[in-house]
Design a protein around this ligand. Structure first.
Ligand SMILES: [Zn+2]
Ligand SMILES: [Zn+2]
Length: 410
């Protein structure tokens, strides 16, 4: 398991002391320096790299334990403490859950990770998306304990757990049946899987050695004009902080509440309005209260008919475009025409009314025609089909005699 390559490059034994390593490096560097030995460029680089690692006690320790991969994972950058190295190697949280995956997958294979993002759903009105709004959101978030600087205790009080050598996991043999046992990983009970221990008396009293504390934080969410449903607003690095890893983002996911009047389709707005027959035929005037409180006086001149289901557009009265709010989509109005009640006018008035409409088509009534009544159609209780069914069972002769009629009735 132990990797020896860097020692071999420098031609020293694994346990060699600093002096030996330095001496050997100097000798080899002279020998293979590109000025003297132009064909040995790579060899010189290897020597330099091996020395860089082995001459640095921290990097050397990582190399001895995790090999080249451990060094390449950024462990040798010198800005992290050994504790950070462990949490980085084993994923965020550095503890039990991150440790399981990291340990099983081979040491140092994982890149230093980010914490999880926190997603908040924020309900907003269409008015907010039209006008823009700033909302304050209170967030409970875990932050590095400032009392101990995220160490969990006084400097030096945190020590690597001996039981698991700082890994947080132990491999134990479990007997399945006599003679057959299985190697399993379990979290180290000495350190609860964290890989480190702090003496009770040295523990930070603010975070109780947990390194993080909960904090209430106010996020100011700017809902810009024209933002869309499901649009995300990111707060980089504002999610929970964990020791030794980069905090994730807080993601605000906008959720538009349904609006009583308007439906939105990208930058366009749609609405439906009911008008009477007089407005449909003789000119129309309606007031639409817009999302910013303005009243639009919508006029349609007499002589232009509005038919049921017609859709008309008002240019530039839709939603503002995101990041270009002076440009707006259109407002589309769909018209439903409400017809008058039965008997809304006397027969005499109806005759007068009819005189202004285009004349009826001339009707030729065949001699053998038969008068029938129209009934209301009820989709749940279809009277005409039940009557047809009855005819079939009781009046078969009649039906056979007049097949044309039965068709017409249906
Ligand atoms: Zn332990
Ligand atoms: Zn603390």
């Amino acid at each position: 398991m132990a990797e020896n390559k860097l020692y071999e490059i420098l031609g020293v034994p694994r346990g060699a002391d600093e002096q030996t390593i330095k001496k050997s490096y100097k000798k080899l560097a002279k020998e293979f320096h590109p000025d003297k030995n132009p064909t040995a460029g790579d060899k010189f680089k290897d020597i330099s790299f091996a020395y860089e690692v082995l001459s640095d006690s921290k990097k050397r320790r990582v190399y001895d334990q995790y090999g080249l991969k451990g060094v390449q994972e950024g462990v040798g950058e010198g800005r992290m403490s050994t504790d950070d190295i462990f949490s980085d190697l084993f994923g965020c949280g550095g503890g039990l859950f991150g440790g399981l995956a990291g340990f099983g997958g081979g040491m140092g294979r994982r890149k230093p990770t980010r914490g999880e993002d926190t997603v908040h759903h924020l309900k907003v009105t269409l008015e907010d998306m039209y006008n823009g709004k700033t909302t304050k959101l209170q967030q409970s978030k875990k932050v590095k304990c400032s009392a101990c600087g995220g160490l969990g205790g006084a400097e030096g009080a945190v020590v690597r757990c001996r039981g698991c050598r700082g890994v947080g996991m132990k491999i134990v043999l479990r007997q399945l049946v006599p003679g057959l046992s299985q190697q399993i990983q379990t979290p180290c009970e000495d350190c609860q899987g964290t890989g480190e221990v702090i003496n009770e008396k040295d523990r930070c009293t603010t975070c109780n050695g947990k390194k993080i504390i909960s904090e209430q934080k106010i996020l100011e969410v700017h809902i810009d004009k024209g933002m869309q449903n499901n649009q995300k607003i990111l707060f980089r690095g504002e999610s929970d902080q964990m020791p030794g890893c980069q905090a994730g983002d807080v993601v605000i996911l906008l959720q538009q509440k349904p609006h009583d009047v308007f439906q939105r389709n990208n930058d366009h707005l749609h609405m439906t309005t009911k008008i009477g027959l007089a407005e449909a035929l003789c000119g129309m005037d309606i007031i639409v209260r817009h999302l910013d409180g303005r009243h639009l006086h919508v006029k349609h001149p007499a002589g232009h008919i509005i038919r049921p289901g017609d859709i008309k557009a008002i240019a530039g009265e839709g939603m503002p475009q995101y990041r270009n709010p002076f440009e707006k989509g259109n407002l589309y109005i769909k018209f439903e025409v409400t017809f008058p009640e039965d008997h809304f006018a006397s027969e005499q008035v109806l005759k007068q009314l009819e005189s202004v409409f285009p004349p009826r088509p001339k009707l030729k009534i065949p001699k053998d025609s038969m008068e029938v009544d129209l009934e209301e159609y009820d989709p749940d209780h279809n009277t005409s089909s039940s009557r047809t069914g009855k005819s079939y069972s009781s009046d078969e002769d009649e039906m056979q005699g007049q097949p044309g009629l039965s068709c017409a009735q249906q």
